[in-house]
Ligand binder design. Structure first.
Ligand SMILES: Nc1ncnc2c1ncn2[C@@H]1O[C@H](COP(=O)(O)OP(=O)(O)OP(=O)(O)O)[C@@H](O)[C@H]1O
Length: 359
C-alpha cells in the first residue's frame, strides 16, 4: 500500500521559503550592503581584515547578508593569485563560554576524524590548538560568530583572536571576526578592551517595514509557488502582519509557508487571505506552546492560576495577593508545597512570593 506520494500541489519549491535558502539577491538592504562591502575592501587589497559587528533584531537579514557577501568575496578573490581567503561560520547558540567557542572553532577547522572532545582540555591548550589550526589554514581567515552574545561574560577569546598576531600566536594567518547579535545589550556588557576591537566597524540592521517585506516575499513567492495559486492579497497581508509585529522577514516567510501548507493539506487550489489568518493563529499557538515548554513547574502553576482567574471572570488587573492566594491553593492541592502557608521571608519550600523549582 502506498502511504506517501509526491505532489506539486500549491508549491513548486517550498525550500525557497526555508531559513537556510540563500537567495540570489538581498532585497532592501542596499545601504547596509554598501557599508558592509566597504569593510571588506582591505581583505581584497590583501590587508589585515577589520573586525565587524552586526546587530539588529531577529529575522532582519544579518545572516543572509553575511553569507551573500562572503560568498562573493571568496569568488572575487579567486581573480588575485596572492589572495587566499577562508571563511568559517559558527553559530554560537548554546556555546556559553570562550572555551566552548574555541573548541568548536578548532573542530570546524579540523578534518572529521581529528575532532577534539568538548571537555577535558585546559583552556590554554585549546587556544594553542586553535592558533595551530589557523596557521595551518593560513592566508586571510574570516570567522563569523553568529549569535555571539551566547558567549556572555566569558569573552576572553574575543580579546585573544584580534591580538593573536601582536601576541605572536599567529604569524602568517590574518584573522578577522564578524560578530552577529540580536541582543542590543551585549555590546554594553563586553569588556571595554574587547568592545574596542570587536566593534571596530558596526552595522545596524533595522526591522523591515511592510513595503520592504512585500518586496522580499514577492521575489521568494514567485519561485516557491505554482503559477497563479496565490491570491493577490496573500503577500501584502503576510507582509503587513509581520511588519506590525516584529518587522522580521523570517516571520513573514514562515507565515507565507504555513498559509500555503494549510491550502495544500485542505486540498485547496488557491492560497487565500483565509489561509493566512488561520496560519497566523496556528503559528501563534505553536509559539506559545514552545515558550510554555521552557517554564518551570511553578511557572506553570502561576500561569494556570492567572488563566483560571481570567476564565472565572476576576476583574482585571488582578491584585497580586489574590493571585498569590489562589496560586498557593493550587500549589497545595497539587502537592507542590505543604498546606501550611508560605512564609515570604523564609525560602525553604518555595522562596516566598517567587516560588520557582521544586519545593
Ligand atoms: N533582505 C533580504 N532579502 C532576501 N531575503 C531576506 C532578506 N532579509 C532576510 N531574508 C530572509 O529572512 C530569513 C531570516 O533572515 P536571517 O537569518 O538573515 O535573519 P537574522 O537577522 O540573521 O536573524 P537572527 O538574528 O534570528 O539569526 C532568511 O530566510 C533570509 O533569507
Amino acid at each position: 500500500m502506498t502511504v506517501f506520494e509526491r505532489t506539486h500541489a500549491v508549491f513548486d519549491d517550498e525550500d525557497v521559503l526555508r531559513d537556510d535558502y540563500q537567495p540570489e539577491r538581498i532585497e532592501e538592504r542596499d545601504e547596509e550592503l554598501e557599508e558592509y562591502k566597504a569593510y571588506f575592501q582591505p581583505v581584497i587589497n590583501g590587508k589585515q581584515p577589520r573586525n565587524i559587528f552586526l546587530y539588529g533584531k531577529t529575522g532582519v537579514g544579518k545572516t543572509v547578508a553575511t553569507k551573500y557577501l562572503l560568498s562573493h568575496l571568496e569568488r572575487d578573490a579567486e581573480r588575485y593569485d596572492d589572495l587566499d581567503i577562508t571563511t568559517v561560520y559558527l553559530n554560537c547558540e548554546h556555546l556559553t563560554s570562550s572555551y566552548r567557542v574555541a573548541v568548536n572553532l578548532v573542530n570546524e577547522l579540523r578534518e572529521e576524524g581529528e575532532q577534539i572532545s568538548t571537555t577535558g582540555y585546559p583552556r590554554d591548550a585549546v587556544y594553542d590548538m586553535l592558533w595551530a589550526e589557523l596557521e595551518e589554514v593560513g592566508g586571510t581567515i574570516l570567522v563569523v560568530l553568529d549569535e555571539i552574545d551566547y558567549i556572555g561574560d566569558d569573552d576572553s577569546l574575543l580579546y585573544q583572536i584580534p591580538r593573536a598576531r601582536s601576541n605572536e600566536n599567529l604569524h602568517d594567518a590574518k584573522v578577522g571576526i564578524i560578530g552577529i547579535s540580536n541582543d542590543f545589550k551585549f555590546r554594553e556588557q563586553l569588556d571595554p578592551r574587547v568592545e574596542d576591537t570587536l566593534c571596530e566597524r558596526e552595522i545596524h540592521f533595522p526591522p523591515y517595514d511592510g513595503n520592504e517585506l512585500r518586496n522580499i516575499l514577492d521575489k521568494r513567492s514567485t519561485l516557491a509557488f505554482e503559477d497563479g495559486v496565490l491570491s493577490e492579497d496573500v503577500v501584502p497581508l503576510c507582509s503587513a502582519l509581520a511588519a506590525q509585529d516584529r518587522g522580521s522577514a523570517r516571520q513573514a516567510l514562515d507565515l507565507l509557508f504555513e498559509a500555503g501548507d494549510l491550502a495544500r493539506r485542505n486540498g485547496d487550489g488557491n492560497v487565500t487571505e483565509h489561509h493566512v489568518r488561520n496560519a497566523r493563529s496556528r503559528l501563534e499557538k505553536r509559539q506559545i506552546e514552545e515558550s510554555m515548554k521552557d517554564l518551570t513547574s511553578h511557572d506553570h502553576l502561576t500561569l494556570y492560576t492567572i488563566t483560571a482567574l481570567t476564565v472565572f471572570g476576576e476583574e482585571m488587573p488582578v491584585r497580586r495577593q489574590t493571585i498569590y492566594d489562589r496560586y498557593e491553593d493550587v500549589a497545595t492541592s497539587t502537592g507542590f508545597v505543604r498546606s501550611d502557608r508560605c512564609d515570604p521571608v523564609a525560602p525553604p519550600r518555595c522562596g516566598g512570593g517567587r516560588c520557582r523549582g521544586s519545593s
